[in-house]
Design a protein around this ligand. Structure first.
Ligand SMILES: [Zn+2]
Length: 289
């Protein structure tokens, strides 16, 4: 088993893009990287010109996810088979198969199983607001938080221990992805100077972005920007040319992709007070606990 192990818990194919650079960086360094995706993103919009229908979008997006995961170098990919709940307030929220309707204990059980199997030292997921309020992002946040606290406790899901030959595993650190407000302000400013009106979506992003002061961790992925773009382009069904991301001039976009920023939400290891540049800081290289 690799000495360092990382697990990303996300909701839709393409959610992994927020951490694609760091996942690639760590995978290249020999870290075992596991990616969990709770749904197949069936409720996503289909970009114009893409050969997909609402009926087969889940299949198409699973293939896109596997394409991206392969480029990134993810070692293990898991899908949980829930249905994409769509944006908050849409009828899809109420579908009994929707991830938003899932029993949180059941989701946590699935996540705990994978934690006990792959023994990650670090988990990354969404913040409590799901980045921008998507119900599926909020749901995976809740399950990841619960799993962080209970995976090491033999009283949680004891059948996994007695019947599946798994052992409790205590995760060392838990992170949320975080878009710093300064990055969006810079996007907005550069776009304004270039005469591009990013309009209401940018105002929404600005409202929801995190204050820079709460960011604990910045991972330098400047050398992986091309790789990140290649992995992103796997998600062709989601590449709407009118999306805010695609309306930001490429050189500005690239600049924003050089650093991945996170908030260290929980840690069981002693961490330095200064800004962290490594998710595994404080974790003993040879820890096999
Ligand atoms: Zn998503």
């Amino acid at each position: 088993m690799a000495n360092k192990r990382l697990l990303g818990a996300y909701a839709h194919p393409d959610d992994e893009q927020g951490v694609s650079g760091l996942m690639h960086k760590y995978a290249s360094e020999g870290v075992d990287v596991t990616l969990v995706c709770a749904t197949r993103g069936e409720a996503g919009e289909i970009a114009p010109g893409v050969d997909a229908t609402p009926e087969n979008l889940g299949q198409v997006r699973e293939a896109e996810l596997r394409c991206a995961a392969e480029k990134i170098g993810v070692n293990n990919v898991y899908l949980f088979d829930y249905r994409d709940s769509g944006m908050l307030g849409t009828p899809e929220n109420n579908d009994p198969r929707a991830f938003w309707q899932a029993n949180l204990f059941e989701v946590t059980e699935k996540l705990v199983r994978l934690i006990r199997r792959h023994k990650p030292h670090v988990i990354t997921t969404f913040d409590a607001n799901g980045g921008y309020g998507h119900p599926d992002h909020i749901q995976i946040h809740r399950a990841a938080l619960m799993a962080y606290f209970v995976a090491g406790d033999p009283r949680a899901y004891p059948d996994q221990i007695t019947r599946e030959d798994l052992q409790p595993w205590t995760v060392s650190k838990l992170y949320w992805g975080a878009f710093p407000r300064s990055r969006f302000e810079r996007y907005a400013e550069l776009a304004r100077r270039a005469g591009i009106d990013l309009g209401v979506p940018m105002q929404e992003f600005l409202k929801r972005a995190m204050p820079d002061e709460i960011i604990t961790t910045k991972i330098d992925v400047a050398q992986y920007v091309e790789l990140k773009l290649n992995a992103l382009f796997c998600h062709a069904s989601q590449m709407n040319p009118n999306s805010i991301f695609n309306r930001i001039p490429p050189e500005i976009r690239r600049e924003g992709m050089q650093v991945e920023t996170l908030v260290r939400a929980e840690s069981r290891v002693v961490v330095p007070p200064e800004l962290e540049t490594d998710l595994f800081a404080g974790i003993n290289d040879h820890a096999e606990i």
